[in-house]
Design a protein around this ligand. Structure first.
Ligand SMILES: *[C@@H]1O[C@H](CO)[C@@H](O)[C@H](O)[C@H]1NC(C)=O
Length: 223
């Protein structure tokens, strides 16, 4: 019995622990296009969200569309989605409704730091690229984002927890993923870009609870 128990413990550890990890100066590398590889973000949400902010940075060589942050619920596969549609277009979905932010065209891939906030009260979506707020757009005023969520980095969920498409998979480096249950300010965003922290997150890169599926590598941001 004791042997069986220790075996079970070892197995549980091998299959990925549910701990929190400080990922400062670390990145997730998605080394290949895949319909299986992703990072699941384990977040405990006590109640539906009437506002939500997500920041992350990524460095990606792809010219095709790809999914960065996919928050699916039982009522909407795209209850909150950050998706790069073209090298110069980000698509943000809330409650299944999409808006598009156009950014300057760039020919050589570089790190892009983005923050997205949505506020149910007025439906406004805030999009900061490298600390600069783009003109605000809006959708789904009055909507609530369900707290029963499956949150996945690097794949687009077309069903709750699955329905991936290899042609929408992320490739490259992703880092500094954080979430808050409120709208950020431009000062908050600038703090983050200086490697500072913004209080009361739902998920924090400094204490990240995640599970890797298939081929995703955690390594140093600067080799
Ligand atoms: C991490 O997430 C898992 C799954 O949701 C949960 O069971 C566990 O308690 C979390 N760990 C910490 C340290 O919060």
């Amino acid at each position: 019995m004791a042997i069986l128990l220790s075996l079970l413990v070892i197995l549980a550890c091998l299959s990925g622990s549910f701990g929190e990890e400080d990922l400062q100066k670390k990145v997730f590398v998605f080394p290949a296009a895949s319909r299986k590889a992703f990072v699941r973000l384990n977040v405990h949400l006590p109640q539906p969200l009437t506002s939500l902010s997500v920041c992350l940075k990524h460095h990606c060589p792809l010219l095709r569309p790809y999914s960065l942050f996919s928050y699916a619920t039982r009522s909407s596969d795209n209850d909150f989605l950050i998706f790069k549609e073209e090298p110069n277009v980000y698509s943000i979905s809330v409650g299944g409704s999409d808006v598009r932010f156009k950014i300057p065209r760039q020919d050589i891939p570089r790190w892009e730091h983005i923050c997205v906030s949505w506020d149910s009260r007025n439906g406004l979506i805030y999009f900061w690229l490298d600390g600069v707020l783009l003109p605000r757009l809006g959708t789904k005023r009055g909507h609530k984002i369900s707290h029963q969520a499956s949150i996945i980095l690097g794949q687009d969920q077309d069903t709750f927890g699955g329905g991936f498409d290899i042609y929408q998979s992320f490739m490259g480096d992703m880092s500094e993923v954080n979430m808050w249950p409120r709208v950020l300010t431009t000062d908050d965003v600038r703090l983050l870009m200086k490697d500072d922290t913004v209080p009361n997150p739902l998920a924090s890169w400094n204490a990240f609870n995640y599970t890797i599926q298939d081929y995703v590598v955690v390594t140093d941001e600067v080799p």
